[in-house]
Design a protein around this ligand. Structure first.
Ligand code: FES
Ligand SMILES: [Fe+2]
Length: 399
């Protein structure tokens, strides 16, 4: 995507700030409260959203060198991502072809081979079975048919997406809807990976609603970062992926009165960028830009979720920057745990209490409205129609 597009969005924010207006959509949206706790509904979301769509499971800056890998367990699916000797990123089920043991514990590292801890079968970084312990005694099998099971993987804009279903035929380009090119403006591939922390929360949608919501910022976060922030937002969408821009002084101030041709590109990427269905990207200035990329997953039950906050710093690593990241991590843990997710856990109880039948998303809450429409559309769409759904959209506006 061109700088022109970033300028167009920033200009929208400058104009909206001058008019004192946020974006107003056509109607209020009502969502049944059961959508936040019903077991059957939740299982459909897991199966039809999290198990079918590409998920962000890693970052280029975590695995730059050949042989670097990351093993993670997502929704009970053990995943192994590896940078091959040829530089390509591959993803596999972290499951041995012999009797199903997990090849390597969850975590990051570097390896030339993955040797199963059970009976020492070994695999190379391309997932090929290259060694069988006591091979003659074991008996004849075709090694070339017993490599690791591959998962669809795409690496773009410094981000690694993996689909948890081995034979998924979903066209990733239709899923991205051009958003991968937009994300390139962040240059995540040039960042260094500075740290991560996990926070438990309520139902994954209770949490995700918060990331798509600027309405609450000056209220719930009044004692931390919120008092100067606007409750207004502008929404930009590429298929199900959204960017939220605040038409407030902090964001548009540096652009006002400056000729558009002189707007620095790095000042045009403000706001919250989301990647459907589970990522929110926020950034902060601290001796260069720190990104916090929040990665949400449904937990063990409909009423639980886990969020991993990944921190990437855009400059060269040094001890001062590391210290700035540690400070930011502490602050963001406090804000998210004590303000957002504490409220989310109360919301979860409130929704189950029978007090109300529906939750309401106002005309000023277009981001959450679009998100819930996409969730519903995905639940209603069969595998064969999935790529077409992404190509066509759900009626919400899209770039
Ligand atoms: S289960 Fe891996 S070698 Fe036996
Ligand atoms: Fe919040």
């Amino acid at each position: 995507m061109s700088r022109q597009e970033l300028v167009r969005m920033a200009q929208r924010a400058v104009d909206a700030h001058a008019e004192g207006k946020g974006e107003i959509v056509d109607d209020i949206l009502r969502v049944p409260v059961e959508h936040y706790f019903d077991q059957e509904r939740w299982q459909k979301e897991v199966d039809r959203i999290f198990k079918r769509l590409p998920l962000v499971l890693g970052f280029t800056c975590q695995m730059r060198e050949p042989g670097s890998y990351s093993a993670v367990t997502i929704l009970d699916v053990p995943v192994l991502m590896v940078r091959g000797q040829d530089g390509s990123m591959r993803a596999f089920l972290n499951v041995c072809s012999h009797r199903g043991a997990q090849l390597t514990d969850d975590g990051c590292g570097t390896a030339r081979r993955f040797t199963c801890p059970y009976h020492a079968w070994s695999y190379d970084t391309a997932g090929d079975l290259v060694g069988i312990y006591e091979a003659e005694a074991f008996g004849d099998i075709d090694k070339s048919c017993n490599g690791l099971t591959t998962l669809p993987v795409t690496e773009r804009a410094g981000i690694i997406w993996v689909t948890l279903t081995p034979n998924s035929t979903l066209d990733h380009d239709s899923f991205f809807h051009g958003y991968d090119e937009v994300l390139e403006h962040h240059h995540f591939e040039n960042c260094y990976y500075a740290g991560q922390q996990s926070i438990d929360g309520a139902n994954w949608k209770v949490c995700y609603d918060g990331y798509l919501d600027f309405y609450h910022l000056p209220i719930l976060h009044k004692n931390t970062f919120g008092p100067d922030l606007s409750p207004k937002a502008l929404f930009e969408a590429w298929g199900p992926h959204q960017r939220l821009l605040a038409p407030d002084k902090r964001q548009v101030g540096p652009l006002e009165g400056v000729p558009v041709s002189e707007w620095p590109t790095e000042k045009l990427v403000f706001g919250v960028w989301t990647i459907f269905p589970h990522i929110s990207i926020a950034s902060f200035e601290a001796d260069g830009r720190i990104y916090m990329i929040s990665q949400l997953f449904p937990g063990a039950t409909p009423e639980e979720s886990v969020t991993v906050q990944h921190f990437l710093h855009c400059e060269t690593q040094n001890p001062e920057r590391d210290a700035a990241v540690v400070d930011r991590m502490k602050f963001m843990r406090f804000v998210v745990e004590e303000e957002d997710y504490k409220t989310g856990i109360q919301i979860q109880r409130g929704l189950k209490s029978g007090a109300k039948k529906e939750v309401l998303f106002g005309r000023n809450e277009g981001g959450t409205q679009a998100f819930h429409k996409w969730v519903q559309a995905l639940i209603d769409t069969d595998d064969a129609d999935l790529s077409a759904l992404f190509a066509k959209g759900v009626g919400a506006k899209s770039n």
